[in-house]
Design a protein around this ligand. Sequence first.
Ligand SMILES: NC(=O)C1=CN([C@@H]2O[C@H](COP(=O)(O)OP(=O)(O)OC[C@H]3O[C@@H](n4cnc5c(N)ncnc54)[C@H](O)[C@@H]3O)[C@@H](O)[C@H]2O)[C@@H](O)CC1
Ligand SMILES: [K+]
Length: 476
Amino acid sequence: MITSDEIAVVDANSEALGVPRKQLMESSGNAVAREVRARTDEGDGVALVCGRGNNGGDALVAARFLRTRDVTVHLLGRPETITTDIARENWDALEQTDIDTRVVTDSRDFDLGSPALAVDAMLGTGVTGALREPEATVARALNDADAPVLAVDTPSGVDTDTGAAAGVAVDAESVVTFHDTKPGLADLDADVTVADIGIPAAAETFVASGDLLRLSRLPDSHKGDHGEVLVVGGGPYTGAPALAAQAALRAGADLVRVACPDAIASDVQGYAEDLIVHGYDGTRLAPAHVDEILPRAREHDTVVFGPGLGDHDDTLDAVGSFLEQYDGTAVVDADALQVVPEVETDATLVCTPHQGELRAMGGETADDPERRAALVESFAAEVGHTLLVKGAEDVISDGERTRRNRTGNPGMTVGGTGDVLAGTVGALACLLRPRDAAAVGAYANGRAGDILHESHGAGLTASDLVETLPRAFEGE
Ligand SMILES: NC(=O)C1=CN([C@@H]2O[C@H](COP(=O)(O)OP(=O)(O)OC[C@H]3O[C@@H](n4cnc5c(N)ncnc54)[C@H](O)[C@@H]3O)[C@@H](O)[C@H]2O)[C@@H](O)CC1
Ligand SMILES: [K+]
């Protein structure tokens, strides 16, 4: 099961791995042709009704694999209005063949003829809103025709995420969809075939530049939509909360506040004037502070809990008491992590342990990457929270989906990088669901480290990482 947002990520990661979209389209088209041959006999008439996007492109490819059928291609719109280069290139290739192609600019010109099979390749995952013209009229013509309809990826007009149609939709007898079934196809009374199109498993397993699309595909947000983060940290250490806070700002949060002991408040403020620091009395977090911190936490989208808190018994009691009462989203890092498995909480947590902290939480690790991923997935399911287990290869899992991140390098074992990661994930968790915030955070953090490795070698510092984060979000 894959949603249209995930498809965009997987497509882009496939491209980044060296299997470009045009190659995927060739595989899709080949799969369409295979399903057409299975439903027709030699010499049968087949009408390929093509839209101007990649859905149409799939059928433009299929036409080249149907030499034993009597193929007619109907392009809905002038060739120069084809919206993607790979579809356009396939149209141009088709024009060099002897395949019968027709350009339909006005729906009244559309004549399906009497094919043995009609292929609906007007619209796929790119549909927005109710079908416009000429697609709407052609959809009705397909529905009225005697010929059975095979839909490419989804019946045109049907939203692959919901199965709903904003207006008229093609009523296809069968659907050939690609790579994985789609949520919206389950309830259609069509028979659905899932065709493998050669997307490498790595495109889903490994977090890569395609995952950055998760940020750019968010509904366009204006100021104040990028989230407000509260960092609850500091005590024995002062740099950690400041690093986490600055990372959250660099990762796109609009406002970041720090709640820390009075004793270090001016130090933390000293790290960066654009942090808003609230001191509570004393030198470390204690249960008495929880009633003061809870309301402040609830005013923020995400809390980053843990950087530099230390592991004094009072502090760990305070962490437990906070988590028992907090029901928002929190990134939990460092010493606070050990409390998580013991506490009943309604909070949505992203835990960011390194391997040692994972073991201290009760999890297991392994050297073999596949085994390690499986162990993290089962532990995430057991604790009921998203885990980002840091390592040479990070493992991210919410107990359902598990990803691995390969960015980063040994230069990043320098102190403070964990605080930077926690702050980064905190900012992203304002916008993305926990497992995606953790995946994109791990990717961007490691990519910042890789960018710095080129310039600084092993001499990078956590502060360099914070400064480099914006570049890491720009992708390859
Ligand atoms: N990873 C995958 O799933 C792959 C997907 N491929 C194909 O790519 C398709 C998605 O292609 P695109 O993103 O180009 O989108 P589509 O081809 O689904 O539709 C985009 C076109 O339809 C037009 N359009 C959108 N809404 C409309 C409406 N309501 N009425 C009339 N026209 C409308 C747009 O202006 C654009 O021209 C998939 O459905 C699939 O068939 C394959 O090519 C290869 C890989
Ligand atoms: K379609």
